[in-house]
Design a protein around this ligand. Structure first.
Ligand SMILES: [Zn+2]
Length: 326
């Protein structure tokens, strides 16, 4: 059901079959002649149907629209391929375009194999648990009409003027949109109302949780009336939600520290001992392998954060990383 959020700004829920999230929020901003669509969704027939239906109701022609992608995750980006028209531009951070290329070339899958090794993930055939778009390299190099955006870039659509806000953490080049005059904030997966955005480290490069917490601090002063998240309902508790998310990560970090009190441990081992609300099973052992893989990525992000703060240190044991209290 399409919802009018503000003058010329609409929310179109797009279903996500087989996902606990239920749907992804696409947003459409009606302009004069050209429109802007934010995060269209998955490349599946029911998603295309929902978008077509929603856009028809508000009188927006996808072929005469440009696209803003908060991040390249498979539930936000791929439907763009079936919507763009000639002359459509896709606004995206360069680092997200690089993620798509690493996915296409198979580099991402190679990284995940390495990740399984150094985290001590049990010997599992990753091709069995990961979706085929991750495990199969695609020989087709698609030329996307990307226009790279960076922090503080402006986008004008009809009467609206948006400012790009770089918010890395949930993904490498995650970017939000803020409009100071309407006080709308298109949050992607940087802020969600009742679930915690996943922050995973799947490579031993950079520090996603440090980036994420810094990005939360950076948006805190913004004047925001309504947050338009990538999933679930729009909400108004902008600063309260930021405070809650920071508190959540402080608690997680403390829990992980306490797991290291009786000695150094590998990343997978730590993940298997802490409590998970995202792991959809009675016990760790009975949880699906894909959820365990994601939980291990979250744990590694926290351990890297703790390492950067000087609270834990690492050593290599065979080809596994072992963390212990500093
Ligand atoms: Zn995401």
């Amino acid at each position: 059901m399409v919802e009018e959020i503000a003058h010329d700004v609409y929310r179109i829920p797009v279903p996500l079959p087989d996902s606990i999230l239920g749907s992804v929020n696409a947003y459409a901003i009606k302009g004069r002649g050209r429109h802007l669509i934010v995060d269209p969704g998955m490349d599946l027939d029911p998603c295309l149907q929902a978008m077509d239906e929603g856009l028809r109701r508000i009188g927006v022609d996808a072929a005469k629209s440009d696209f803003f992608i908060t991040h390249s995750h498979p539930d936000h980006f791929p439907l763009v391929a079936r919507l763009i028209g000639e002359g459509s531009v896709i606004y995206i951070d360069r680092r997200e375009a690089e993620v798509l290329e690493r996915l296409r070339s198979g580099a991402m899958f190679a990284n995940l194999r390495e990740f399984a090794r150094f985290t001590g993930f049990p010997d599992t055939d990753l091709t069995e648990i990961l979706p085929p778009e991750v495990t199969r390299r695609s020989p087709v190099e698609r030329v996307w009409p990307f226009r790279f955006v960076k922090d503080a870039d402006q986008l004008t659509v009809g009467d609206h003027r948006f400012r790009c806000v770089s918010t890395p953490g949930h993904s490498l080049g995650h970017t939000c949109l803020h409009e100071p005059s309407s006080r709308l904030f298109f949050a992607g997966d940087h802020l969600l109302s009742d679930i915690t955005p996943g922050i995973q480290a799947r490579r031993d490069m950079g520090n996603p949780l440090v980036d994420y917490l810094e990005a939360l601090d950076r948006i805190y002063p913004l004047d925001v009336r309504v947050v338009l998240p990538g999933h679930r309902d729009p909400f108004t508790r902008f600063r309260e939600r930021i405070d809650e998310l920071k508190e959540h990560h402080r608690e997680r970090a403390a829990e992980i520290m306490s797991e290291l009190k009786d000695g150094g441990k590998g990343i997978y081992e730590v993940a298997s001992r802490i409590t998970w609300s995202v792991v959809d099973a009675d016990s760790w052992d009975s949880a699906p392998d894909l959820q365990k893989l994601m939980a291990t990525g979250e744990t590694f992000a926290h351990l890297k954060y703790l390492e950067a703060s000087g609270a834990v240190r690492r050593e290599m044991r065979d080809d596994r990383i072992i963390f212990s209290l500093a």
